[in-house]
Write a protein that binds this ligand. Structure first.
Ligand SMILES: [Fe+2]
Length: 282
């Protein structure tokens, strides 16, 4: 197994390993250490069935269940909710068979609108377009470091409302109320349970309101934080290769997708690993 960092702010490539085979405790510990250090690890040239992918993900904790409400699920075989297809693939009637099929997707952390978000998201590249569709990963430890001191002070100990409407690829409009969407409050600055480091935990797609401020001031502060979190200097942009198996840490990295041509197939098979508890404030 060889580990090669892909950028100074995140992302490491892991080669010379076949994840379809059982891995020793030592190898798994080395992978987890690299993941904690680089936030995103990419295993190249894997060819895993859904069962093999779930098997490998299960080494890092219990499987997460996708957040999509049952009535919005389109895949017929999703392994009890453990597998989600992120794809623009269509069936014979021209209907999408997967989730978030097209277009740009704003920065977010998977399931931040649930009290115990899933710690890891694992994506296996089955089909990749010739151009576009890169995924950007933003290092939220560095985002925290880049927040001006007086703003850090102003936000210390505060929480923010996270909400997500599955029908949308943009931020939820709070004027529509919270009755029909999943939502919860999360600390703005979290202490990563494994590394102990402080990370900014807000995202342009899912963070709707900072507690203790009116909407206008909250929006003004959030926009400032979203810009800090999207600064190119803290982003690793991943250009997918077919057969990549990528694992990202939802507690310290946001991810966003670039647009890609509608007429080209893109299919990522996603599963997640549950977090061990609610996130704690830094
Ligand atoms: Fe996501």
């Amino acid at each position: 197994m060889k580990i090669t960092p892909l950028s100074p702010v995140g992302g490491a490539e892991i080669t010379d390993i076949d994840l379809a085979q059982p891995q020793s405790a030592e190898t798994l510990a080395t992978i987890e250490k690299a993941w904690n250090e680089h936030l995103v690890v990419i295993f190249r040239d894997q060819k895993l069935t859904a069962e093999e992918q779930l098997d490998f993900a299960g080494k890092f904790g219990p499987m997460g269940e996708r957040g999509t409400p049952v009535d919005r699920r389109v895949e017929t075989d999703d392994y009890g909710g453990a597998i989600m297809l992120v794809t623009n693939k269509t069936d014979e009637d021209g209907n999408y068979v997967g989730t978030i099929p097209e277009g740009e997707l704003w920065f977010h952390s998977d399931l931040s609108y649930q009290e115990i978000p899933h710690k890891a998201t694992m994506l296996h590249a089955v089909a990749i377009p010739d151009t576009g569709g890169n995924t950007m990963f933003a290092n939220m430890y560095l985002a925290y470091d880049n927040i001006p001191a007086e703003l850090k002070e102003k936000l210390a100990g505060r929480r923010a409302l996270h909400a997500y409407d599955f029908a949308m690829t943009e931020r939820y409009d709070l004027d529509n109320g919270l009755d029909n969407i999943q939502n919860c409050r999360q600390p703005i600055f979290i202490k990563h349970p494994d590394t102990g480091r402080t990370a900014l935990y807000v995202s342009r797609l899912m963070t709707a309101l900072i507690e203790g401020f009116d909407r206008a001031e909250s929006d003004q502060i959030l926009n400032q934080l979203f810009d800090i979190a999207a600064d190119p200097s803290i982003i690793y942009e991943h250009k997918w290769q077919t057969r990549d198996l990528l694992m990202t840490d939802n507690r310290c990295a946001l991810h966003a997708r670039r647009d890609f041509p509608k007429d080209q197939l893109r299919l990522l098979r996603r599963c997640t690993v549950k977090g061990s508890g609610a996130l704690t404030a830094a």
